[in-house]
Design a protein around this ligand. Structure first.
Ligand code: BYC
Length: 479
């Protein structure tokens, strides 16, 4: 390994560990994209935050711990850059038709279009999430939470840089055009929406935000892990590094919901009632409403895995472009020529499970891994309820509940997994998904609290702060 691949050169306008200074053309192309990016950040990034000093983590090397350097930064001055995990010169493709061949350092001509499409789809989600979250700073429950929001925002911005680098470095003129488009599509825009459904939904309040970072960022973890297996080595290495940043995002979601549940339990004790109305009057979010938010965000996020049976996914796998979660640890032939995988399908109005060729079911397999992982946090939230002597338990809804992609799209399935006629389902919708009234109530709790040591009444403080600091440290300083 050379120094250039471990340490990040901060003397450059675009910090990087890819030797950008040695590639003038690429450097110029990226430097001409940079002002557009900053313009986008100023217009659609965190609202009215440019002058704040924020205690942010910045990567200075891709070595262990090198990515976690803390200090106060104004967000528009954050050193967004291009950081790839260090190379393994002997890396081989682990799966598909090219299994055992050396990983590609360049784009194989025959896979150019699908590879570009995967990179663009991944890249599109990153700025989309920043756009979705742009007003949340105005209603943050604490200074600590505000800092975490901003940390996630700058890292999503950097993840966009990661994909833009690949487009510029490996896809020539159409890559540059795609990089421009990543700043032109906007979340929820009627004419130019973001590519994937979940990224056009609003994130209007902090309960939605914690749900998003728990459930939707976790899709990010699984998709990035699958792309980190790619035979296209620069994509694999950039995703490996992105994954180190992703863990904190899901931590914010998991602990956020835990703190909301804890506060609800405390208020239930204070008002001596489990009645949702009494809990709301006590200033907390009742457990039934939290459950509806789980149902919504889980269902929107499982849609992100695509169709249960997908020829796209089979092609990505065969071509060595996108693997399975922890591909090299799976004990099989990594070709999937004869193997089967159990897939949930709707047939004649009933949900069935049927073995299908594993190759066409790799989206479903990734979704299976995701669902198992999602359950872990739910168990921890239930641990909070249990420790307060509360009987209510949170549940993940059935994977076919409220789906818009896949074989259950258009089929009306309850959270318990029963298929029902549309009219009946619609009549019960408000029992399962947040109603306008629920949203208005949650919205009414959102008030901006930023003073040191203070926190909104609907959420408990975190157990600890960031980087060994107390939770009530002044993480964001207003100027
Ligand atoms: N919305 O064969 P299928 C993250 C389309 S999150 C709209 O199953 P495929 C993050 C699909 O494009 C991770 N359309 O498709 C989180 C296809 O269209 P065509 C983002 C959808 O390709 C929080 C058709 O339906 N990364 O990083 O196997 C904050 C047939 O479907 C959707 C990635 O997603 C949808 N939900 O699977 C910040 C990785 N689903 O061909 C960041 C890259 C499917 O008929 N993307 N369609 O025109 C992929 O791997 C794949 O594109 C997908 C879809 C897994 C998303």
């Amino acid at each position: 390994m050379t120094a250039e691949h471990s340490n990040i050169d901060y003397s450059e306008r675009i910090p990087n560990n890819v030797g950008l200074a040695g590639n003038r053309r690429l450097q110029r192309a990226l430097e001409s994209w940079q002002p557009n990016y900053i313009k986008w950040w100023q217009e659609l990034g965190p609202d009215r935050s440019s002058t704040f000093d924020v205690y942010l983590r910045t990567a200075t090397s891709v070595e262990r711990d090198g990515w976690a350097n803390f200090g106060f930064v104004k967000m528009p001055d954050y050193r967004w850059g291009i950081f790839l995990a260090k190379p393994d010169r002997d890396r081989k493709i682990q799966f598909g038709d090219h299994q055992g061949e050396p990983a590609w350092q360049d784009v194989p001509g025959e896979y150019r279009a699908p590879l570009r499409r995967l990179i663009v789809t991944q890249g599109d989600t990153e700025p989309a999430s920043v756009e979705q979250q742009r007003h949340l700073g105005l209603t943050c429950p604490s200074n600590y939470d505000l800092r975490n929001l901003f940390q996630i925002n700058v890292e999503e911005g950097r993840h966009l840089w990661a994909m833009v680098y690949l487009l510029h470095a490996y896809f020539g003129r159409d890559g540059r055009e795609e990089a421009e488009m990543l700043l032109e599509r906007h979340s929820g825009d009627a004419d130019k929406p973001r590519i994937l459904g979940a990224f056009n939904e609003p994130t209007p309040d902090w309960l939605s935000y914690y749900m998003f970072t728990y459930f939707t960022d976790r899709d990010g973890k699984y998709q990035l892990a699958a792309l980190a297996e790619s035979g296209f080595d620069p994509l694999a290495r950039t995703c490996q590094f992105m994954l180190t940043e992703e863990a904190h995002h899901m931590f914010v979601g998991e602990t956020g919901i835990m703190r909301v549940a804890q506060r609800t339990c405390e208020v239930m004790k204070e008002v001596q009632s489990e009645d949702p109305k009494a809990v709301r009057e006590g200033g907390a979010i009742d457990l039934a409403t939290i459950q509806k938010y789980i149902d919504l965000h889980f269902s929107v996020s499982v849609d992100l895995f695509g169709q249960e049976i997908s020829t796209n996914a089979a092609t990505y796998f065969n071509s060595g472009l996108k693997g399975r979660y922890l591909e090299s640890r799976i004990d099989d032939d990594h070709r999937l020529t004869d193997s089967l995988w159990p897939v949930n399908l709707v047939q004649d109005g009933r949900i069935i499970q049927e073995d299908r060729p594993a190759l066409s079911a790799v989206n479903e397999r990734l979704r299976d891994d995701y669902i198992v992982d999602s359950q872990r946090g739910v168990d921890r939230w239930n641990g909070v309820l249990d420790s307060h002597g509360v009987d209510f338990r949170f549940k993940l809804p059935h994977r076919f509940f409220n789906r818009h992609i896949g074989t259950s799209a258009g089929i009306h399935v309850t959270p318990e997994g029963a298929v029902m006629p549309e009219a009946e389902w619609s009549a019960r919708r408000g029992d399962w998904l947040p109603t306008a009234e629920d949203q208005a109530f949650v919205g009414s709790l959102m008030n901006r609290v930023t003073e040191q040591g203070k926190i909104s009444a609907w959420i408990a403080p975190p157990v600890r702060g960031i980087n060994g600091k107390p939770w009530d440290y002044e993480y964001v300083r207003f100027n």
